[in-house]
Design a protein around this ligand. Structure first.
Ligand SMILES: Cc1cc2nc3c(=O)[nH]c(=O)nc-3n(C[C@H](O)[C@H](O)[C@H](O)COP(=O)(O)OP(=O)(O)OC[C@H]3O[C@@H](n4cnc5c(N)ncnc54)[C@H](O)[C@@H]3O)c2cc1C
Length: 444
């Protein structure tokens, strides 16, 4: 049984945790990077082995290091890629792996392959409990556990193994292969980036059956495309009101094109978000988010062409509507869908249904044992919207308690904190804050 001491314990070895460990190593601070999923140095987004899964940000925007904008682009170019192009996600995983290897080789980062099941305060620091029965004492604790798994869809309660709750798991891979072999129909609930990934996986596996994707509005991520950037000053954008911001965005889109208008808000998005009061933020999440997500988080043009081609061939249908019932009949699912604006529901047969609705929205419903225990003990609190954890302006989840949170867990405060360009800045700032916090203490 393990019982060690480290200055910093980072829970979660996805992009957020990995780049934080590397940033700390650069500052001479040692850390343990704890992840039990077998995906250390990759996380959920970059552990795909599927060549068709491309980054949705151009290579020139994907540097892991704050202040070194072309760090990944140079790596991509060395392999014959175009910095303005979209690399395979598995190449980005190799790049992150190299960064982790470098930090580990320098002796400052130690990978601990285990799930954390709990954490408690002890002697001014933290004790992290691990699923393998071991524990680890640390002066500082950082939560970098990413998005939480989606809630299970109640309408699929009777579907058994024909319902795939986690589209990133082993069961999903097996279902994709089964669909490719049998040619059966697939139902994807959700029409965002997860749906796009799954359609690409099905296509790459040789599936030639029918795919139906359903969401309330039927909005699909838009394609990247070339445009002339049209930057704006922060003072030129209305703050404090979703309605005023929306009007501005519409006018600006008409003048310079929607891609230029949306991207011109990137440098200001965190301050814009923070200028909205909680009611305005709720309004944004409820009404504006579906539009914002598909225009802001765009897909590579080659991916968009594949999706458009499948729709054109009639192999993929995107429905705006709602699932009103599901019944398991033998090996198939009979799913009743009500299309938006139609009074007559339609029942369709599928071999599998996949939950592609994206991450859990209500943090209080997390099933992660570590997060659950910290929430139950009141050591962390949901943010004012309940979508992540409450953190201060330095991403400290509990000021004075040496507890930080990183990445999507902090979206209530920052909103735009799910993509690499935003997380790398946060990781650099948190590393600096931790290094200063520990500066006066003798090394362990
Ligand atoms: C499919 C997909 C594609 C994306 N593509 C892009 C892109 O092209 N460009 C871009 O900028 N952004 C992209 N993103 C967004 C972004 O890169 C991710 O949101 C970001 O990588 C988040 O990283 P993370 O480390 O915070 O979380 P994660 O990657 O989710 O990593 C968290 C890790 O914590 C581990 N963990 C959780 N709980 C525990 C525990 N109790 N104990 C130990 N370990 C635990 C998990 O196993 C996991 O490995 C994508 C996201 C997804 C999902």
């Amino acid at each position: 049984m393990r019982s060690d001491r480290v200055p910093v314990a980072i829970i979660g070895g996805g992009f957020s945790g990995t780049i934080l460990a590397a940033q700390l190593a650069r500052r001479g601070v040692s850390s343990a990077l704890i992840d039990g999923s077998g995906r250390v140095g990759k996380g959920v987004a970059y552990s795909t082995a599927e060549p068709a899964h491309l980054l949705n940000v151009r290579a020139e925007g994907m540097s892991a290091w704050a202040g070194e904008p072309d760090h990944f682009a140079r790596r991509f170019e060395a392999e014959g890629g175009d910095p303005r192009g979209f690399a395979e996600r598995r190449l980005f995983a190799r790049y992150l792996g190299e960064i982790l290897d470098e930090a580990s080789a320098g002796g400052r980062t130690r990978v601990v392959e285990a799930f954390a099941t709990g954490a408690r305060r002890d002697d001014g620091g933290w004790i992290v409990e691990l699923a393998d029965g071991g524990s680890l004492a640390a002066r500082v604790l950082v939560l970098a556990i990413g998005n939480q798994e989606p809630e299970t869809l109640a309408s699929f309660a009777s579907a058994g193994e024909r319902y795939i709750a986690n589209p990133w798991g082993e069961a999903a891979r097996a279902a994709v292969q089964d669909l490719a072999d049998s040619g059966g129909s697939a139902l994807l609930v959700g029409t965002g980036l997860t749906m796009v990934d799954l359609v690409l996986s099905l296509d790459a596996a040789g599936h030639r059956g029918r795919i139906v994707a359903v969401s309330r509005r039927g909005q699909v991520p838009r394609s990247h495309g070339d445009f002339d950037p049209s930057p704006v000053e922060q003072r030129d954008v209305p703050h404090g009101s979703v309605r005023a911001l929306w009007r501005w965005l519409r006018r600006r889109s008409a003048a310079v094109g929607w891609r230029a208008a949306v991207d011109s808000l990137r440098p200001h998005s965190q301050r814009l978000w923070q200028s909205l009061d909680p009611e305005q933020q709720r309004r944004f999440v409820r009404h504006a988010r579906p539009w914002w997500d598909v225009h802001r988080h765009r897909i590579a043009p080659e991916v968009a062409r594949t999706i458009a081609g499948l729709i054109g061939e009639g192999r993929l249908e995107v429905i705006a509507g709602r699932i009103v019932g599901t019944e398991r009949v033998g090996d198939a699912l009979q799913v009743t869908v009500r299309r938006r604006g139609s009074a007559n529901p339609q029942t369709l047969p599928f071999a599998y249904g996949f939950n592609c609705t994206g991450p859990l929205h209500t943090i209080g419903r997390t099933r992660d044992p570590l997060l659950r225990s910290l929430l139950d003990a009141g050591q962390v609190r949901p943010d004012h919207l309940g979508i992540g954890l409450e953190v201060d302006e330095r991403s400290r989840a509990a000021p004075g308690e040496r507890l930080w949170a990183l990445g999507p867990l902090t979206k209530g405060r920052y909103w735009e904190i799910i993509a690499v360009p935003d997380i790398r800045e946060q990781a650099a700032a948190v590393a600096e804050d931790i290094a200063m916090e520990l500066a006066d203490e003798p090394a362990i």
